[in-house]
Design a protein around this ligand. Structure first.
Ligand code: GDP
Length: 361
Protein backbone atom coordinates (compact mmCIF):
# COMPACT_ATOMS: atom_id res chain seq x y z
CA UNK A 1 0.00 0.00 0.00
CA UNK A 2 1.45 3.25 -1.09
CA UNK A 3 0.62 6.88 -0.41
CA UNK A 4 1.91 9.60 -2.70
CA UNK A 5 2.87 12.98 -1.28
CA UNK A 6 1.86 15.51 -3.90
CA UNK A 7 1.77 19.29 -4.16
CA UNK A 8 3.36 22.28 -5.84
CA UNK A 9 7.08 22.92 -5.36
CA UNK A 10 8.31 24.44 -2.07
CA UNK A 11 5.24 23.56 -0.04
CA UNK A 12 7.12 21.23 2.35
CA UNK A 13 6.67 17.77 0.76
CA UNK A 14 10.27 16.65 1.19
CA UNK A 15 10.47 18.06 4.70
CA UNK A 16 7.40 16.03 5.63
CA UNK A 17 8.68 12.92 3.85
CA UNK A 18 12.01 13.14 5.66
CA UNK A 19 10.29 13.60 9.00
CA UNK A 20 8.06 10.59 8.35
CA UNK A 21 10.89 8.31 7.39
CA UNK A 22 13.20 9.39 10.22
CA UNK A 23 10.62 9.14 12.97
CA UNK A 24 11.36 6.98 15.98
CA UNK A 25 9.12 4.03 16.64
CA UNK A 26 9.86 2.59 20.06
CA UNK A 27 10.17 -1.14 20.65
CA UNK A 28 9.55 -2.18 17.08
CA UNK A 29 12.59 -3.45 15.33
CA UNK A 30 11.48 -3.12 11.78
CA UNK A 31 14.48 -1.63 10.12
CA UNK A 32 13.43 1.51 8.40
CA UNK A 33 14.52 1.53 4.83
CA UNK A 34 14.58 4.15 2.18
CA UNK A 35 14.03 2.10 -0.94
CA UNK A 36 14.78 4.92 -3.29
CA UNK A 37 15.61 8.48 -2.32
CA UNK A 38 11.93 9.35 -2.57
CA UNK A 39 10.35 6.09 -1.37
CA UNK A 40 10.20 5.31 2.34
CA UNK A 41 8.67 2.60 4.46
CA UNK A 42 7.00 3.82 7.64
CA UNK A 43 6.22 1.57 10.57
CA UNK A 44 2.75 2.05 12.00
CA UNK A 45 2.92 3.10 15.64
CA UNK A 46 0.60 0.49 17.14
CA UNK A 47 -0.12 0.23 20.87
CA UNK A 48 -2.27 -2.85 20.34
CA UNK A 49 0.66 -4.71 18.78
CA UNK A 50 2.77 -3.92 21.83
CA UNK A 51 0.00 -5.24 24.12
CA UNK A 52 -0.19 -8.46 22.13
CA UNK A 53 3.60 -8.78 22.23
CA UNK A 54 3.60 -8.35 25.99
CA UNK A 55 1.47 -11.46 26.25
CA UNK A 56 3.19 -13.55 23.60
CA UNK A 57 6.74 -12.51 24.53
CA UNK A 58 8.15 -13.28 21.09
CA UNK A 59 11.80 -12.91 20.08
CA UNK A 60 10.84 -10.30 17.57
CA UNK A 61 8.06 -7.74 17.15
CA UNK A 62 7.41 -6.35 13.70
CA UNK A 63 5.03 -3.53 12.93
CA UNK A 64 2.94 -3.22 9.80
CA UNK A 65 4.23 -0.72 7.29
CA UNK A 66 2.98 1.78 4.75
CA UNK A 67 5.03 3.13 1.89
CA UNK A 68 5.22 6.85 1.33
CA UNK A 69 6.45 8.30 -1.94
CA UNK A 70 7.58 11.87 -2.30
CA UNK A 71 6.37 12.74 -5.79
CA UNK A 72 8.10 15.82 -7.07
CA UNK A 73 7.56 17.57 -10.35
CA UNK A 74 4.05 18.88 -10.28
CA UNK A 75 3.90 22.25 -11.99
CA UNK A 76 1.21 24.00 -13.93
CA UNK A 77 1.26 22.31 -17.34
CA UNK A 78 2.45 18.91 -16.04
CA UNK A 79 -0.36 17.24 -17.99
CA UNK A 80 1.13 18.79 -21.15
CA UNK A 81 4.58 17.51 -20.23
CA UNK A 82 5.93 20.61 -18.45
CA UNK A 83 8.34 20.09 -15.56
CA UNK A 84 8.74 16.38 -14.97
CA UNK A 85 5.39 15.98 -16.76
CA UNK A 86 4.98 12.36 -17.77
CA UNK A 87 7.33 11.06 -15.12
CA UNK A 88 5.23 12.79 -12.48
CA UNK A 89 2.03 11.38 -13.90
CA UNK A 90 3.31 7.81 -14.07
CA UNK A 91 4.48 7.98 -10.44
CA UNK A 92 1.19 9.27 -9.18
CA UNK A 93 -0.69 6.64 -11.19
CA UNK A 94 0.96 3.92 -9.10
CA UNK A 95 -0.08 5.14 -5.65
CA UNK A 96 -3.22 4.01 -3.83
CA UNK A 97 -3.97 7.35 -2.18
CA UNK A 98 -2.76 10.93 -2.22
CA UNK A 99 -1.67 13.33 0.49
CA UNK A 100 -1.96 16.72 -1.11
CA UNK A 101 0.37 19.09 0.73
CA UNK A 102 -0.65 22.74 0.52
CA UNK A 103 1.47 25.71 1.49
CA UNK A 104 0.06 27.52 4.48
CA UNK A 105 3.19 29.33 5.64
CA UNK A 106 4.73 32.57 4.39
CA UNK A 107 8.46 32.79 4.37
CA UNK A 108 10.28 35.36 2.24
CA UNK A 109 13.27 32.99 2.19
CA UNK A 110 11.34 30.18 0.54
CA UNK A 111 10.19 31.07 -2.97
CA UNK A 112 6.46 30.72 -3.44
CA UNK A 113 5.54 28.84 -6.60
CA UNK A 114 2.37 29.78 -8.50
CA UNK A 115 -0.69 31.89 -7.57
CA UNK A 116 1.06 34.90 -6.04
CA UNK A 117 1.12 35.20 -2.28
CA UNK A 118 -0.27 32.64 0.11
CA UNK A 119 -3.32 31.25 -1.63
CA UNK A 120 -4.03 27.64 -0.69
CA UNK A 121 -7.35 27.53 -2.54
CA UNK A 122 -5.81 28.58 -5.86
CA UNK A 123 -2.87 26.22 -5.25
CA UNK A 124 -5.17 23.28 -4.64
CA UNK A 125 -7.07 24.14 -7.81
CA UNK A 126 -3.86 24.30 -9.83
CA UNK A 127 -2.89 20.81 -8.73
CA UNK A 128 -6.35 19.37 -9.21
CA UNK A 129 -6.70 20.92 -12.64
CA UNK A 130 -3.49 19.21 -13.77
CA UNK A 131 -4.78 15.87 -12.54
CA UNK A 132 -8.11 16.41 -14.29
CA UNK A 133 -6.44 17.41 -17.55
CA UNK A 134 -4.35 14.24 -17.44
CA UNK A 135 -7.50 12.21 -16.77
CA UNK A 136 -9.38 13.84 -19.63
CA UNK A 137 -6.57 12.70 -21.91
CA UNK A 138 -6.76 9.17 -20.48
CA UNK A 139 -10.53 9.15 -20.97
CA UNK A 140 -10.29 10.43 -24.55
CA UNK A 141 -7.93 7.59 -25.45
CA UNK A 142 -10.15 5.03 -23.80
CA UNK A 143 -13.30 6.37 -25.48
CA UNK A 144 -11.57 6.05 -28.83
CA UNK A 145 -10.59 2.46 -28.07
CA UNK A 146 -14.04 1.50 -26.80
CA UNK A 147 -15.62 3.06 -29.88
CA UNK A 148 -13.51 0.76 -32.03
CA UNK A 149 -14.50 -2.25 -29.93
CA UNK A 150 -18.20 -1.39 -30.34
CA UNK A 151 -17.97 -2.97 -33.78
CA UNK A 152 -17.61 -6.39 -32.16
CA UNK A 153 -21.29 -5.99 -31.26
CA UNK A 154 -20.63 -6.85 -27.60
CA UNK A 155 -23.19 -5.04 -25.46
CA UNK A 156 -20.71 -4.40 -22.67
CA UNK A 157 -18.80 -1.89 -24.82
CA UNK A 158 -21.96 0.10 -25.34
CA UNK A 159 -22.46 0.29 -21.56
CA UNK A 160 -18.81 1.13 -20.99
CA UNK A 161 -18.94 3.91 -23.55
CA UNK A 162 -21.90 5.45 -21.78
CA UNK A 163 -20.07 5.51 -18.47
CA UNK A 164 -16.89 6.88 -20.05
CA UNK A 165 -18.73 9.67 -21.84
CA UNK A 166 -20.56 10.67 -18.69
CA UNK A 167 -17.30 10.67 -16.70
CA UNK A 168 -15.72 12.83 -19.39
CA UNK A 169 -18.54 15.37 -19.15
CA UNK A 170 -18.25 15.53 -15.38
CA UNK A 171 -14.48 15.99 -15.44
CA UNK A 172 -14.82 18.60 -18.14
CA UNK A 173 -17.08 20.55 -15.79
CA UNK A 174 -14.41 20.25 -13.09
CA UNK A 175 -16.63 18.13 -10.86
CA UNK A 176 -14.07 15.38 -10.32
CA UNK A 177 -15.32 14.66 -6.82
CA UNK A 178 -18.52 13.28 -8.37
CA UNK A 179 -16.51 10.55 -10.12
CA UNK A 180 -16.65 8.31 -7.03
CA UNK A 181 -20.21 7.35 -7.81
CA UNK A 182 -19.20 5.95 -11.22
CA UNK A 183 -18.64 2.33 -11.97
CA UNK A 184 -15.53 3.00 -14.04
CA UNK A 185 -13.63 0.10 -15.65
CA UNK A 186 -11.10 -1.36 -13.17
CA UNK A 187 -8.25 -1.04 -15.59
CA UNK A 188 -8.80 2.69 -16.01
CA UNK A 189 -6.99 4.26 -13.07
CA UNK A 190 -7.91 7.93 -12.98
CA UNK A 191 -5.84 10.30 -10.87
CA UNK A 192 -8.74 12.51 -9.78
CA UNK A 193 -10.53 9.48 -8.44
CA UNK A 194 -7.96 8.46 -5.83
CA UNK A 195 -8.62 9.01 -2.13
CA UNK A 196 -7.15 12.38 -1.12
CA UNK A 197 -6.27 14.05 2.16
CA UNK A 198 -5.38 17.74 2.19
CA UNK A 199 -2.41 18.52 4.41
CA UNK A 200 -2.09 22.21 5.20
CA UNK A 201 1.51 22.93 6.13
CA UNK A 202 1.77 25.91 8.47
CA UNK A 203 4.43 27.49 10.65
CA UNK A 204 4.95 26.20 14.16
CA UNK A 205 3.48 29.40 15.63
CA UNK A 206 0.30 29.04 13.57
CA UNK A 207 -0.01 25.38 14.50
CA UNK A 208 -0.04 26.34 18.16
CA UNK A 209 -2.29 29.34 17.66
CA UNK A 210 -4.92 28.67 14.99
CA UNK A 211 -6.31 32.21 15.36
CA UNK A 212 -3.33 33.36 13.28
CA UNK A 213 -4.57 31.41 10.26
CA UNK A 214 -8.28 31.47 10.96
CA UNK A 215 -9.44 32.82 7.60
CA UNK A 216 -7.17 30.64 5.54
CA UNK A 217 -8.13 27.59 7.56
CA UNK A 218 -11.85 28.24 7.16
CA UNK A 219 -11.43 28.58 3.41
CA UNK A 220 -9.55 25.30 3.08
CA UNK A 221 -11.94 23.52 5.45
CA UNK A 222 -14.92 24.67 3.41
CA UNK A 223 -13.31 23.55 0.20
CA UNK A 224 -12.49 20.15 1.70
CA UNK A 225 -16.03 19.76 3.03
CA UNK A 226 -17.47 20.57 -0.40
CA UNK A 227 -15.39 17.78 -1.85
CA UNK A 228 -16.14 15.44 1.02
CA UNK A 229 -12.45 15.23 1.96
CA UNK A 230 -10.54 15.65 5.18
CA UNK A 231 -7.88 18.18 6.03
CA UNK A 232 -4.99 17.89 8.44
CA UNK A 233 -3.05 20.89 9.72
CA UNK A 234 0.61 20.18 10.43
CA UNK A 235 3.93 21.97 10.60
CA UNK A 236 6.38 19.99 8.49
CA UNK A 237 9.39 21.87 9.82
CA UNK A 238 8.36 21.23 13.44
CA UNK A 239 7.81 17.54 12.65
CA UNK A 240 11.21 17.40 11.07
CA UNK A 241 12.76 18.98 14.14
CA UNK A 242 10.94 16.50 16.40
CA UNK A 243 11.98 13.52 14.30
CA UNK A 244 15.63 14.55 14.63
CA UNK A 245 15.50 14.39 18.45
CA UNK A 246 15.89 11.29 20.59
CA UNK A 247 12.46 9.99 21.55
CA UNK A 248 12.43 11.20 25.17
CA UNK A 249 13.58 14.68 24.18
CA UNK A 250 10.98 14.82 21.43
CA UNK A 251 8.27 13.88 23.93
CA UNK A 252 9.46 16.48 26.39
CA UNK A 253 9.50 19.13 23.67
CA UNK A 254 5.95 18.20 22.63
CA UNK A 255 4.84 18.45 26.23
CA UNK A 256 6.37 21.90 26.50
CA UNK A 257 4.54 23.00 23.36
CA UNK A 258 1.31 21.42 24.56
CA UNK A 259 1.05 19.00 21.64
CA UNK A 260 -0.55 15.69 22.54
CA UNK A 261 -0.09 13.71 19.38
CA UNK A 262 2.64 14.27 16.83
CA UNK A 263 1.62 15.36 13.36
CA UNK A 264 3.30 12.25 12.00
CA UNK A 265 1.11 9.93 14.06
CA UNK A 266 -1.88 11.88 12.77
CA UNK A 267 -0.66 11.56 9.20
CA UNK A 268 -0.03 7.84 9.50
CA UNK A 269 -3.45 7.21 11.04
CA UNK A 270 -5.09 9.40 8.43
CA UNK A 271 -3.26 7.33 5.80
CA UNK A 272 -4.70 4.09 7.16
CA UNK A 273 -8.16 5.63 7.12
CA UNK A 274 -7.68 7.01 3.64
CA UNK A 275 -6.70 3.58 2.34
CA UNK A 276 -9.50 1.98 4.41
CA UNK A 277 -7.20 -0.64 5.92
CA UNK A 278 -7.54 -2.92 8.94
CA UNK A 279 -4.73 -4.41 11.04
CA UNK A 280 -4.46 -8.07 11.99
CA UNK A 281 -1.77 -9.86 13.98
CA UNK A 282 0.11 -13.13 13.69
CA UNK A 283 1.83 -14.61 16.74
CA UNK A 284 3.13 -17.99 15.55
CA UNK A 285 6.84 -18.79 15.90
CA UNK A 286 9.48 -16.32 16.99
CA UNK A 287 7.80 -13.27 15.47
CA UNK A 288 4.70 -11.36 16.48
CA UNK A 289 3.69 -9.16 13.65
CA UNK A 290 1.10 -6.64 12.50
CA UNK A 291 -0.28 -6.70 8.95
CA UNK A 292 -2.44 -4.24 7.06
CA UNK A 293 -5.07 -5.35 4.57
CA UNK A 294 -7.97 -3.56 2.88
CA UNK A 295 -11.20 -3.72 4.87
CA UNK A 296 -13.25 -6.70 3.71
CA UNK A 297 -10.23 -8.90 2.89
CA UNK A 298 -11.11 -12.59 3.24
CA UNK A 299 -8.98 -14.89 5.39
CA UNK A 300 -7.20 -16.79 2.57
CA UNK A 301 -6.15 -13.50 0.93
CA UNK A 302 -4.83 -12.24 4.27
CA UNK A 303 -2.86 -15.49 4.64
CA UNK A 304 -1.48 -14.92 1.16
CA UNK A 305 0.04 -11.69 2.35
CA UNK A 306 2.29 -13.77 4.59
CA UNK A 307 3.02 -16.48 2.01
CA UNK A 308 1.38 -17.48 -1.27
CA UNK A 309 1.45 -21.17 -0.16
CA UNK A 310 -0.71 -20.24 2.79
CA UNK A 311 -3.36 -18.78 0.50
CA UNK A 312 -3.32 -21.76 -1.85
CA UNK A 313 -3.44 -24.33 0.96
CA UNK A 314 -5.75 -22.38 3.26
CA UNK A 315 -7.93 -24.64 5.47
CA UNK A 316 -9.22 -22.49 8.31
CA UNK A 317 -8.23 -19.72 10.70
CA UNK A 318 -8.36 -19.57 14.47
CA UNK A 319 -9.27 -16.04 15.43
CA UNK A 320 -9.50 -13.95 18.58
CA UNK A 321 -9.59 -10.18 18.95
CA UNK A 322 -6.51 -8.52 20.44
CA UNK A 323 -8.71 -7.12 23.23
CA UNK A 324 -9.95 -10.61 24.14
CA UNK A 325 -6.43 -11.99 24.04
CA UNK A 326 -5.40 -9.31 26.52
CA UNK A 327 -8.36 -10.22 28.75
CA UNK A 328 -7.56 -13.95 28.78
CA UNK A 329 -3.84 -13.43 29.10
CA UNK A 330 -2.75 -16.11 26.64
CA UNK A 331 -3.77 -17.79 23.41
CA UNK A 332 -3.92 -21.23 25.04
CA UNK A 333 -6.09 -20.01 27.93
CA UNK A 334 -8.46 -18.40 25.48
CA UNK A 335 -8.57 -21.68 23.59
CA UNK A 336 -9.34 -23.61 26.79
CA UNK A 337 -12.20 -21.25 27.51
CA UNK A 338 -13.56 -21.78 24.03
CA UNK A 339 -13.33 -18.15 22.97
CA UNK A 340 -11.26 -18.82 19.86
CA UNK A 341 -13.38 -18.66 16.76
CA UNK A 342 -12.89 -21.07 13.88
CA UNK A 343 -13.34 -19.21 10.61
CA UNK A 344 -13.44 -20.45 7.03
CA UNK A 345 -12.48 -19.14 3.62
CA UNK A 346 -15.23 -16.52 3.44
CA UNK A 347 -14.38 -14.87 6.74
CA UNK A 348 -13.57 -11.16 6.42
CA UNK A 349 -10.64 -10.12 8.60
CA UNK A 350 -11.70 -7.61 11.27
CA UNK A 351 -9.55 -4.82 12.64
CA UNK A 352 -7.61 -6.13 15.66
CA UNK A 353 -7.95 -9.84 14.87
CA UNK A 354 -5.18 -12.13 16.11
CA UNK A 355 -5.09 -14.96 13.57
CA UNK A 356 -3.58 -18.42 13.49
CA UNK A 357 -3.82 -19.81 9.94
CA UNK A 358 -4.07 -23.53 9.22
CA UNK A 359 -3.02 -24.61 5.78
CA UNK A 360 -1.82 -27.55 3.68
CA UNK A 361 1.55 -27.29 2.03
P1 GDP B 1 8.94 20.60 -1.54
O1 GDP B 1 9.46 21.25 -2.77
O2 GDP B 1 7.44 20.68 -1.48
O3 GDP B 1 9.44 19.23 -1.32
O4 GDP B 1 9.39 21.53 -0.32
P2 GDP B 1 10.57 21.30 0.76
O5 GDP B 1 10.16 20.32 1.78
O6 GDP B 1 11.84 21.07 0.04
O7 GDP B 1 10.56 22.72 1.47
C1 GDP B 1 10.94 23.90 0.80
C2 GDP B 1 11.49 24.86 1.81
O8 GDP B 1 10.46 25.26 2.70
C3 GDP B 1 12.58 24.26 2.68
O9 GDP B 1 13.58 25.25 2.82
C4 GDP B 1 11.87 24.00 4.00
O10 GDP B 1 12.76 24.10 5.09
C5 GDP B 1 10.85 25.11 4.04
N1 GDP B 1 9.68 24.74 4.86
C6 GDP B 1 8.99 23.57 4.89
N2 GDP B 1 7.97 23.62 5.78
C7 GDP B 1 8.01 24.86 6.33
C8 GDP B 1 7.22 25.54 7.34
O11 GDP B 1 6.27 24.99 7.92
N3 GDP B 1 7.57 26.83 7.62
C9 GDP B 1 8.64 27.46 7.00
N4 GDP B 1 8.91 28.72 7.33
N5 GDP B 1 9.39 26.85 6.09
C10 GDP B 1 9.09 25.57 5.75
Amino acid sequence: MEIGIVGLANVGKSTLFNALTKANVPALNYPFCTIEPNVGVVIIPDKRLLQVAEIVEPEKVTGAVIRFVDIAGLVKGASRGEGLGNKFLSHIREVDAIMHVVRGFSDPNVAKVGNGDLNPIADIETVETELMLADLQTLENRIEKTNRLLKTGDRKYKDELEVLNRAYEILNEGDFHLLNSFDLPNDLPLLSNKPVLYVLNVDEAALLNREMIKDMLTQVENMAAERNKDILVISASLEYELSSLPLDEAQEFMLELGIEESGLTKIINAGIELLDLVTFYTIKGPETRGWLVPRGTIAPKAAGKIHSDMERGFIKAEVISAAELVTYGSFSKAKEQGVLRLEGKDYQIQDGDVVLFHFNV
